[in-house]
Design a protein. Structure first.
Length: 490
């Protein structure tokens, strides 16, 4: 099972880690680690606005943790300063009479319980003797300003470090010994983690220095080498696909679950992925995990830089799955016959599913029922991507393909404002440069919006493939291996 959780658009931390030592930040955090499952937070706040200031703590939509506020305790403000916290709205109001800095103290505690399950281990703070895992959203307060354009600075420093080395995604070269400075949003959806035996390895790939942050339990040397080899090859292939000349550093953070038996799960963090796996095998990189991690790296572009709305997961998930195959093939990490098998497995799951014809706008309201509902956008989208790739190749006599359309979508998106979500009509208008405008509109309405499964036939595809039907399920065959390989060869 792959997990996709919705996060606000993530901005990158251009300012973080630079020397801002001459500026007094508006929010200065000092953190102290206590072994009994607690981080003490001292916040010195330089009033940004006159009168009261509003902050929020936590975000229940982040992994569906509706009781996340339970871990926020021990709030007190310095004498003479009034502070109010509303458990229900998670709003903290600070009443300041003047503009002198005020001090607020609070604790973040580890409140994980069995019923929080897998998502508890991914989205709640884990504060243990030998392990810390905490997202900024669960540690810092988020200022809600009357003037959203107001520039706010934040610094974070550790007064009492944990007894192991830290990795701070917002400032990866700083293990907590000096302040990190940036804007409050630079810290929110970033991970702070550390553990006995945790390894941080820098991997040069596609011209950038990237970070692998690993907590290895078994076969450390083998897994470390395998993961850095995998990452280097895959990241170079995917940056090549997107024609990235100087990609941002990527963070691949992988750790074992503590008490959950689940193959792999995690979340995209903009230019990073924080994943957890159960370590019941000696090798971390099983083919299924390679696919999931590669899919997550793919979200940096599809669903990330080319963002789409909750009703367009056929694109963010399905097209991302399709190009995960494509990139694995071009990186030599998947063989044509493995692709054929994987794609046929998707066809079997989709065409035998009871919900295969669910209209597109009914998917999201049913999404958290999980099972087939949750998988529908991946399957429908990747099957449609395969169909459309074939159409573009046929119409252009092999001159163009879906990869070209993806590059033009990226270019289109780069011209729009931050946070812009690609719509189905944007997709149609970009695609109409490759296939007739009327036909793409009709096909999107039929195969995506209404959810009619594609009635594949050999004549609809390029001559690299043939299709037969068995028990109402299409079966794909690669009939010209050389031609197929030319599709994704660099
Ligand atoms: Zn995904």
């Amino acid at each position: 099972m792959k997990l996709k959780y919705f996060l606000p658009a993530l901005l990158l931390i251009a300012g973080c880690g630079r020397d801002h030592s001459r500026i007094t930040p508006d929010l200065s955090y000092e953190l102290s680690y206590f072994r009994e499952g607690r981080i003490h937070v001292k916040l010195v706040y330089k009033p940004i606005e006159k009168g009261s200031t509003l902050f929020t703590y936590g975000e229940p939509r982040f992994g569906g943790q509706s009781d996340i506020v339970k871990g926020f305790t021990g709030l007190k403000a310095q004498e003479g300063v009034r502070v109010n916290f509303d458990d229900f709205s998670r709003e903290l109001t600070l009443f300041c009479r003047d503009t002198l800095p005020v001090t607020v103290d609070y604790d973040i505690v580890d409140t994980r319980m069995k019923e929080h399950g897998l998502r508890g281990e991914l989205f709640r703070p884990i504060i243990m003797n030998d392990y810390l895992y905490c997202h900024g959203i669960n540690l810092f307060l988020n200022p809600v300003l009357r003037d959203p354009k107001q520039k706010v600075t934040q610094s974070v420093v550790w007064k009492k470090l944990p007894p192991f080395r830290l990795f701070q995604q917002f400032d990866p070269e700083n293990h907590g010994s000096r302040p990190s400075v940036g804007k409050p949003e630079d810290f929110m959806y970033k991970l702070i983690t550390g553990a006995d035996g945790m390894i941080t390895e820098k991997v040069k790939a596609a011209g950038s220095e990237n970070y692998l942050v690993l907590r290895l339990v078994r076969n450390s040397d083998f897994n470390r080498k395998a993961l850095s080899g995998y990452f280097k090859s895959y990241y170079e292939a995917i940056c090549g696909f997107w024609k990235e000349e100087s990609p941002q550093p990527y963070f691949l953070i992988l750790q074992p679950f503590l008490s959950i038996d689940h193959n792999i799960g995690g979340m995209g963090l903009g230019n990073g992925f924080a994943g957890k796996y159960s370590y019941n095998t000696d090798t971390i990189l099983s083919p299924e995990r390679i696919f999931t991690i590669s899919h997550e790296i793919g979200h940096h572009w599809i669903g990330g830089l080319i963002e789409s709305g909750v009703n367009d997961q056929w694109f963010a998930e399905g097209f991302n799955d399709y190009f995960t195959w494509y990139t694995l093939l071009s990186a030599g990490m998947m063989t044509p016959s493995q692709f054929e098998r994987s794609f046929n497995n998707v066809l079997v799951s989709h065409y035998s599913s009871k919900v295969k014809e669910l209209p597109n706008d009914s998917i999201w309201p049913n999404y958290w029922k999980m099972g087939d509902y949750n998988k529908l956008p991946y399957r429908r989208g990747s099957i449609f991507a395969f169909y459309l790739d074939n159409q573009i190749r046929r119409v252009s006599n092999g001159e163009k393909n879906l990869h070209d359309l993806m590059l033009s979508l990226k270019e289109f998106r780069q011209k729009m404002d931050p946070g812009y979500q690609l719509s189905i009509s944007d997709f149609a208008s970009q695609a109409s440069a490759f296939v007739p405008a009327d036909s793409i509109k009709t096909e999107l309405a039929r195969y995506i919006t209404s959810g009619v499964p594609v009635r594949f036939s050999t004549g609809m595809l390029t001559d690299a493939f043939s299709v037969s039907w068995k028990d109402s399920i299409p079966v794909l065959q690669i009939r010209d291996n050389e031609k197929f390989e030319s599709f994704f060869r660099k």
